[in-house]
Structures are given as C-alpha cells and as structure tokens.
Design a protein around this ligand. Structure first.
Ligand code: IFM
Length: 461
C-alpha cells in the first residue's frame, strides 16, 4: 500500500502546503548523507578499504551487485552538491567522515589527501553559509581494524578516540557540531546478529562485546572533542521507533528488541545504565568504571526515525526475536516501511521525557523508486505527503513540550542504500548514476518552500 490518497489525488493543492506554525527563529533545517553512501571515489587519493567495500564486493550481498565504488561521486562533485543545498535553502548539512579515507589502516599513517577533501567540503559549506554537522562514524569501519577484531576488541575505543583527535585537530576550528556515532544499534544488530550488514557476523557474544565497546568509544570521543574543541556542541545519533508486538504472543520478544534497538546506547550514554534486559547479558565485558566512561555529558540528542517496527518471537533467532509483518491496513512507503506520523510525534515526546536533551531530528524521509518523466522532471508526491505529515507531527510534539531544535531530511541525494544498493531512493535530489546528473525532485522544491515558510511567524496549523 502506498501513501493515503489526499496528497496524491489532490494534485498537491492543499496537501502540498508547507507546515505553518510558529517555528523557533533558530530552528535548523538540513539534510543528511553519509560517506560510504555518497562519496564514491573508493580508490582515489590513498583511501583505504572499509568493511563496506569488502561486503559490497562479495557476490550476492547487495541488490543488483551494486557497490559504493562510485555512488554519487560526492568526493568530486561536492561543490555542485553545495550549490544544490543553497538552492534548497538548507541551514545545515550533516555528513560523515570516512575513517579509512583519512586513516587508510584505521590507525597510524594519515592520508593528507583525505583530510584535504574534508577541508574543502567544510570550507565550501561555510562559504555557502551552511553549517557543517560532522558525524565521525556512519558504519564504514576500516577493514584493517576489522581484521584485528573490530568493535569486538576493547582496544577499539582507543582507536576511535585517536581518530577523533585527528578530526578535531584538523576541522575543529571550523566545525562546531559533532556526532560520535550514527545509529549504533543498527550497525551492531545488523552487523553482528542478523548478517544484514557489514561485517556480517552472527554471534551473540560478538554483538554484546561490540555494543559495549562502541559505547566506550562514544564516551572516549566525547572527552576528546570536549577537550580539543571547547566550543563544540556534541551529540550522538540514535534511531528510535516504537517496537510493537506483531501478535499477542510477541510481547516479550518486542520488549527485548526495544532494549537492543532503542535503549542499549542512549541509556548507557545519557542515563548511565544499560536497560534491565541487557545488564546481565553485557556484564562479561563491563569493567569497573565503564559506565562513567560511557556516560559523558553531551549537548543534544540526534533522533533518526522513519516508522514503527513490528516484532515477533523467534526462539531459533540469536536474541529470540525477528521482524514481524505490520498490520495489512497500515499505509506503507514504496519500499514497504509503515507510515505513521503519530508514532513520530510520540517518539519525540518519549525522547524528550526520557533524556531531557535538546533534540535534533537527524534523519527522516521516504524511500521510493522515483524516476524522471519524459521531460526529465521527477515528481514524488508521496514523499511530499510523508514529509509534510511527519513535519506536522513534529510540530505537534513541540506543542506538547518536546524541545526539538532542528530537522534533517534523509537524504539530500539518492544514494547507496546498503543491502538494497541503488534500488531504493531516499533523496530529495534525484541522481542518475550513469551520468551523475542531479535533478531536484518536487519534494526538494516543497522542502525549500517549507524552509522559507518557517521564517514567517504564524500560529495557524
Ligand atoms: O540510508 C540509511 C542511513 O544510512 C541510516 N538510517 C536509515 C537510512 C535509510 O535506510
């Protein structure tokens, strides 16, 4: 099922209006990407291999045999992409640094050309008056570190802290917004339990070790950033979604999934304790003082949210749960994700009440299969309908007290969607991968209107 009719059938008339409310004057509108998904240039200028280079070159792992070798060639076309951001009117751009581009083996020898790229990108953004939001880790661990055990090694926290030192020293004079990790619960669960993502392991102990060591790495990086960039505003980015039992017998499985998916990382990092369901599980890896090392003061909570999840019990699965089917009557995106803007509103209020930090929505968006029409235009009314409904729900959460300070759409560009390769498109800008031609979709123009309208104070909804 696709998005409910009003936004498609109404020729976008009413449904395409921007969401008008009294937006805070300093509310930030942005767009997000990540290094492996957009940069391409995998073999350029001394970049090392990441675990995603390895996985994407393994036969059968990625839809259509796609790889991130070229992706959107953002490495070479970043200036064109910044011009698009300006055209849309973005206040901020969230990107990630490719760890193996700047440290090809993960540690030791620095790659100056890699650092130069991020200099150019940051300088270009600042010249365009777009605030750079830098995420240190969006899933592309250097393969050389994976070969030494990767996140299952306690040493990985130190490796990550050293990498954070390099980035803070090089870019901290101009970048003031830092995130440590993007969606740690996704890459650990998918990478160590489900084999849906790199490194592609199915091992309960490896998963629990990685969980704890990523948390330690977060804390260590926060300390480094705080020390080297005293005026930085530092956060971490977490996915959070209601985890609903698919059926009456699935409540316990959904609760365990909720602990792993929603709470294993922010609870330790912000509240200083693992969720009750995980305390005994993770205990073999926890040393005295670790929770204090993990729970370091941060300035904001990055929330990535798209839809609720339906979970069923599966006693054969490593952690006793599996993805369940959503109720058939629920509307879904083109790529089968349930559309439920109320769940977004409720998640925002839940995050506000639980963690008491300013919230930035660092990802939200619509996965589709958009293609240009005969005239070369890309119309995506379903994405507009989705964005409008979710931005409206965000406004409702703000009316209920949630301290939401900004919103970043996922994604600026169509890009490499991990196991789905290029078959799923989340961009508000269409990318023709053969020619690398960029085309603003209707949703990009709508988002530009939304940003402009938010500058006009009003109270009507
Ligand atoms: O593309 C991903 C992104 O890398 C992390 N969050 C979800 C997006 C859509 O699946």
């Amino acid at each position: 099922m696709r998005f409910p009719q009003p936004c498609r059938a109404a020729g976008l008339a009413g449904a395409a209006q921007p969401v008008t409310r009294s937006w805070p004057a300093d509310f930030r509108w942005g767009a997000s990407t990540s290094a492996y998904q957009v940069e391409g240039a995998a073999a350029a200028d001394g970049r090392g291999a990441s675990i995603w280079d390895t996985r994407s070159h393994q036969p059968g792992r990625i839809a259509n045999g796609d790889t991130g070798d070229q992706a959107c060639d953002h490495y070479h076309r970043y200036a064109e992409d910044i011009a698009l951001m300006r055209e849309i009117g973005l206040d901020a751009y969230r990107f990630s640094v490719s760890w193996p581009r700047v440290l090809p083996l993960g540690r030791g020898q620095v790659n100056p050309a890699g650092l130069d790229f991020y200099d150019r990108l940051v300088d270009g953004l600042l010249a365009a008056r777009i605030e750079p939001w830098l995420c240190l880790y969006h899933w592309d661990l250097p393969q050389a570190l994976q070969d030494q055990g990767g996140w299952t090694r306690r040493d990985s926290a130190g490796w990550f802290a050293d990498y954070a030192v390099l980035i803070a020293r090089r870019l901290g004079d101009r970048v003031k917004r830092f995130a440590t990790f993007n969606e740690p619960s996704v890459f650990t669960l998918f990478g160590y339990v489900l084999d849906w993502q790199a490194p592609g392991v199915i091992d309960r102990d490896a998963y629990l070790a990685a969980m704890h060591h990523v948390n330690l790495a977060h804390g260590a990086a926060v300390d480094v950033l705080r020390d080297l960039v005293p005026d930085a505003r530092i956060g971490a980015i977490h996915n959070r979604q209601p985890c609903r039992p698919a059926g009456p017998a699935d409540g316990a499985a959904a609760a365990m999934f909720d602990a792993c998916w929603n709470r294993a990382f922010p609870d330790g990092q912000i509240l200083g304790a693992y969720p009750a369901e995980l305390v005994d599980e993770v205990a073999p890896w926890v040393q005295p003082g670790d929770l204090a090392r993990i729970c370091r003061p941060t300035d904001w909570f990055g929330l990535n949210h798209y839809s609720p999840i339906y979970i069923q019990a599966d006693l054969d699965a490593v952690l006793g749960f599996a993805w369940g089917a959503p109720p058939a009557e629920r509307p879904q995106t083109d790529v089968g994700w349930v559309i439920d803007a109320d769940a977004f509103r409720d998640t925002l209020t839940d995050v506000h009440r639980t963690y008491r930090l300013p919230i930035y929505v660092t990802e939200n968006g619509y996965g589709g299969t958009d293609a240009p029409d005969a005239a070369g235009a890309v119309h995506d009314p379903e994405r507009i309908g989705y964005l409008r409904a979710y931005i409206r729900a965000m406004g409702e959460a703000m009316d209920r007290g949630a301290d939401v300070r900004g919103y970043f759409v996922w994604s600026l560009l169509d890009n490499f969607e991990w196991g789905s390769g290029y078959s799923q498109r989340f961009g508000i800008v269409h990318v023709d991968y053969a020619s690398q031609r960029r085309t603003l979709k209707s949703s990009a123009r709508w988002y530009a209107d939304q940003i402009r309208a938010s500058r006009v104070p009003t109270t009507s909804a």
